[in-house]
Write a protein that binds this ligand. Structure first.
Ligand code: ATP
Ligand code: MG
Length: 719
């Protein structure tokens, strides 16, 4: 009998979990509302027969409450998602002292209260694309980041918790009118889980790694009524995005070390990872001289009335935001007006956020401006810049969240509103450009919701033949339609050069001689991605391998392998999850083969009979996962980034990896039957990883014999 709250496997017949003490409930009694243990046939309080239906065993089926788009995605990718390791944030929410509350009112009313409570919880969790995994009788356990990975799983969980806290506070106020002191507490923790089987009904089994789930449950149990407690692992991921209060070290039952606990105090001042980095202090800007020159030329052309759109495209962490920041700071230093906005990863949950950000920039709205001031600023500026569009004022107020009580926005459908916003933004941009050169920076287009993306199209149109420079950035799998415009050009951000990474590392680590062996390791591992460089240095410092302060570290103990930071792992698994099923399966197989692989070998090993492996490899090349190393005599491909291969490899379960390794070994034996000696060491490696040590040993021996029988060219005699 597995505890729904902490995942502990209790012996059969238990009423309460032996690990966390929560009731192992099956459902509430239909007559008296009493929560009976899972295997009770009769209600423990009033004695009526309980006939548990499937639905009441652990709440409604996920299929019933998971939004359709999410359900379809999970089912489509089901085979690829099962048996994967995922970085997640676990959220527990429950009603404080529910048993005593249930006793205060009649059973039917209590049911109604709980029903509404569960509906609020489900809406909040799904809004941020979490999945409810368990109904615990008087609460839920939800996962963010599984089965589909989200690089910002912790932020989504905190957003959901904060949103729910507000919604549930309002609900508690209404319930209090009925004399019920209803309050909810929540707990969050981040870590790794292994996604198990996913059923047709979307029920997902999972195996928690370490204390991932149990600690989240503990946080909830110790949380004060109405509050959200998070562990340090979650706090580290959301610091800056949310305000947290350090509650200090706490002893937690079942965990040896003390756990640092934080209380979630609200949404913080930063909305993007780059803003958080900036607040912490940026490292020295290195490389990117060529890219800055391209932007300078575009600015010059825009200055001459030849409006330009420049797209900066690159993988997560490659430095898009940093390059844009450095450039727009130069523009600002020259006195040019700059307006900027960016998308957020959970963009669909909060539509039009980027447009609202952009409008705030245009109208120079400050955080402390009252609603009336905001409306005055908007109206004044619209009158000056685009008097012909002032009938759009109510729509603008609405988008900015400051509706005018005397002049409510007309009730219009989403498409009409989208067009209206597009027109007004276009008018504003054109008016701004008539006054002189200006810069608009829109970041992370891949996260823009549909309505915001439509407004971007309007911005692109407005830039033509004007004094506007529109800079946008996005990741490679995003392909907006307007990329074919003649005044659009693209900068593909390459990894930082070896010298630039050296400079960056010098800045982050310092120049203590003990660090010398570390630098080449980090350089190789991060493949020139500055975000990965920073995260690895941070992880090494946190794990105690580095001592001292940022910028002047010492190596305290030798580092043999550098672990993949959780942040990097989450970013890369989310990227892999965006692939379709066959591309993802091929990528996983390729990752088992190694950093380099031939098409012939891959063809023999891929599990599902792929009609056209070539097309799938093209998808992987287009999305910049792999690149072609050689075309003749056989096609050879390589992972573009060493960490992608490692994350694709590590996220698969050991059992699945082992069977693929065995398939690779067999395929190598067949493919190279004529010259097995050359391949013997490689074959041995795959048999070893397939947990077949005896076969591996035979191949090792063969490899050794091959080396000793190779005829080395005789050294030339000196005359
Ligand atoms: N050229 C550079 N010199 C020094 N540091 C850099 C450079 N480029 C990026 N960085 C640092 O690396 C980190 C990641 O960069 P950035 O946020 O710009 O990546 P990004 O491509 O915008 O990623 P995402 O797609 O996640 O938004 C930041 O802390 C940034 O300051
Ligand atoms: Mg960025």
């Amino acid at each position: 009998m597995t505890c729904a709250r902490c995942g502990f496997a209790n012996p059969e017949g238990m009423g309460f979990c032996g690990e966390c003490g929560s009731a192992l409930v099956v459902h509430s009694c239909p007559r008296c509302g009493f929560h009976s243990p899972r295997d009770f046939t009769f209600c423990g309080k009033c004695g009526i027969r309980l006939e548990p239906t499937r639905e009441s065993e652990s709440g409604p089926l996920p299929r019933a409450y998971t939004p359709r788009h999410l359900a379809e995605k999970v089912l489509r990718l089901r085979d690829a998602l099962q048996g994967e390791r995922k970085q997640v944030t676990v959220l527990f929410a429950d009603v404080k002292e529910s048993l005593s509350l249930a006793e205060q009112i009649d059973a039917e009313t209590w049911h109604q209260v709980l029903d509404r409570f569960f509906a609020i919880l489900a809406e909040g969790v799904h809004r941020f694309e979490g999945t409810i995994n368990q109904y615990t009788g008087d609460g839920i356990m939800a996962l963010f980041g599984a089965p589909i990975a989200h690089e910002d799983h912790a932020q989504r969980a905190c957003h959901a918790a904060w949103y729910l806290r507000e919604a549930l506070r309002r609900y508690a106020d209404s319930v209090r009118l009925r004399g019920l002191n209803f309050s909810v507490r929540m707990g969050l923790n981040s870590g790794e889980v292994v996604v198990g089987k996913i059923g047709d009904d979307l029920r997902m089994d999972y195996t928690a790694q370490g204390h991932t789930v149990g600690l989240a449950a503990r946080m909830e149990q110790i949380a004060e009524a109405g509050s959200v407690y998070v562990t340090q692992s979650t706090a580290r991921l959301v610091d800056g995005f949310f305000r947290l209060r350090d509650l200090g070290e706490t002893r937690v039952k079942g965990v040896q070390d003390t756990v640092r606990v934080y209380e979630l105090e609200g949404v913080g001042g930063h909305q993007s990872r780059f803003e958080v980095s900036r607040a912490r202090g940026l490292s020295r800007f290195v490389g990117r001289g060529d890219e800055l020159s391209v932007l300078d030329v575009a600015l010059h052309r825009a200055g001459a009335g030849d409006g330009q759109v420049v797209g900066i495209i690159g993988e997560a962490g490659m430095g898009k935001s940093r390059l844009c920041y450095e450039f727009v700071e130069r523009c600002r230093a020259r006195g040019l007006p700059v307006v900027q906005a960016h998308g957020v990863a959970h963009g669909e949950a909060v539509p039009l956020t980027p447009v609202s950000m952009m409008l705030r920039g245009f109208f120079e709205i400050g955080d402390s401006d009252s609603e009336a001031t905001v409306r005055d600023k908007v109206a004044g500026r619209m009158l000056r810049l685009a008097p012909e569009s002032t009938e759009m004022l109510p729509v603008l107020y609405d988008c900015l969240g400051v509706p005018d009580p005397d002049q409510p926005a007309p009730v219009i459908d989403a498409l009409t509103r989208q067009h209206a916003l597009g027109r007004v933004v276009m008018a504003l941009l054109q008016a701004q450009a008539r006054r002189g050169l200006h810069v608009l920076l829109l970041e992370d287009l891949h996260w823009f919701d549909r309505d915001s993306a439509a407004v971007v199209t309007a911005c692109v149109e407005a830039a033509a033949d004007s004094h506007s420079l529109l800079i946008v950035n996005f990741r490679p799998d995003h392909r907006p339609e307007w990329m074919t415009k003649s005044y659009y050009q693209q900068i593909a951000l390459r990894p930082l050069s070896t010298d630039a990474v050296g400079e960056l590392l010098g800045d982050l680590l310092g120049d203590d001689p003990s660090l010398a062996p570390l630098e080449p390791m980090i350089r190789k591992r991060t493949g020139g991605n500055p975000f990965f460089v920073e995260e690895i240095v941070c992880t090494l410092a946190e794990s105690g391998s580095l001592g001292g302060d940022p910028g002047s570290y010492r190596l305290l103990r030798p580092v043999e392998t550098i672990a993949v930071p959780a942040t990097v792992q989450a970013t890369l698994t989310a990227r892999i999850d965006r692939l379709d099923e066959s591309a993802k399966a091929v990528l996983h197989t390729a990752a088992v083969i190694g950093k380099e692989f031939t098409e012939a070998l891959l063809q023999r090993v891929v599990e599902s009979a792929l009609p056209d492996l070539g097309t799938t490899i093209e998808v992987l090349m287009r999305s910049e996962f792999v690149s072609e190393r050689a075309g003749h005599p056989q096609r050879v491909y390589a992972f573009k980034h060493p960490l992608t291969q490692e994350v694709a490899y590590r996220s698969q379960l050991a059992e699945r990896r082992a069977s693929t390794h065995a398939a690779v070994a067999r395929a190598l034996e067949e493919l190279h039957a004529g010259r097995l000696g050359e391949q013997a060491a490689f074959i041995a490696h795959h048999w070893e990883a397939a947990n077949k040590p005896y076969i591996a040993a035979r191949w090792r021996r063969r490899a050794a014999l091959h080396v000793t029988t190779i005829q080395l060219p005789r050294p030339q005699r000196r005359r």
